[in-house]
Write a protein that binds this ligand. Sequence first.
Ligand code: SF4
Ligand code: SF4
Length: 358
Amino acid sequence: MAEVNKEQLLNCALCPNMCRCECPVVQVLGREATAPAGKARLALMLEQGHLAWNEEILEAVSNCLGCRGCATLCPFPELNLGDELLNTRLKSKEAGIGLPACNPYLGTLKKFGSPYGQKTGTWPAANKGAEVLLFAGCTSTANNPASIGAACHLLDKAGVTFQLIDEDCCGYPAAVWGDEDLARQLAAENKRKMTESGASLLVTNCPECWLTFTEHYPEWNQEIPIQIIDGPSYYLQLIREGRLELKENELTAVSYHDPCIWARVAKKVTEPREILRAIPGLNIEEPYSSGEATRCCGGGSMFQLSFPQTAAAVARRRLAEFPKDTAIVTACPFCREGLLQEGRPVLELVELLAISVK
Ligand code: SF4
Ligand code: SF4
């Protein structure tokens, strides 16, 4: 288990908390205990033994999307509050405390390898041994398998021989729900299957999977011996190499929603926009906040399952930032899910590319 950094938590606990205006959770809940410094104070008091775990405190320190919105205004560059709160929550299991809303999902995850239940989209190990491994991700598999079909279509069009494996959930949901043992088990199983696949390049369209593979698997001693690339960078590479030729589609205007992890951690801000500009006849209009200053859609840290009402309220707040007459394009299965709620057209980048490829 990664240790909680008490010095960083103390900095945050004593801070004037100006970043609260960028924390989507406190903005929709209005409770100071869910503001960044409020959560840091609770985490520090738990760590110092001044507070004992109970469900109310666990709920407060779980009210973090991991979106890093607070980091955009934070004077402490070393502080990753989302990770400190995650490391704090991992100790709740030892204390025998769990969030009632999350326990059924943890049970399902243990049983089926996906928090959504039986994996209906268990993909065939097609092209076994192929160099490129497409990691489907449990959220896309459960909620939008069409996006996986779109990715397969693109790779076929580009002449890429690829494989899918009988993957398990990356493990991130187990970690955010406080069960690091389960997260490590899922990571070990995925690492074994990925290594046995013989692939040398892993492509993922899910920023939470990417973050888990690149940051958390090494922390859990499960580093994957395969190069990992984010979907937007990979598809852009195929376009630049002339392997994907694009044409007009029925859409005329789109706005791109930057997923927090792609924009603020992976710094993938220009790549998706270059892809959009490569599609003929498409006007691109920016939402009020974009790029690294994006605002979370409410889908981070499994909020759509753990805190669905908060997730929906955060998504509505974000939706108000988009120009009215555009289709919204994003590059994350959680963002798509959150932004869909007002009935606007929302597509994943791979889906847009699949309808734009010649
Ligand atoms: S996250 Fe940074 S800016 Fe926000 S309260 Fe903590 S220390 Fe202050
Ligand atoms: S990471 Fe996001 S949700 Fe968590 S405290 Fe910072 S701004 Fe709030």
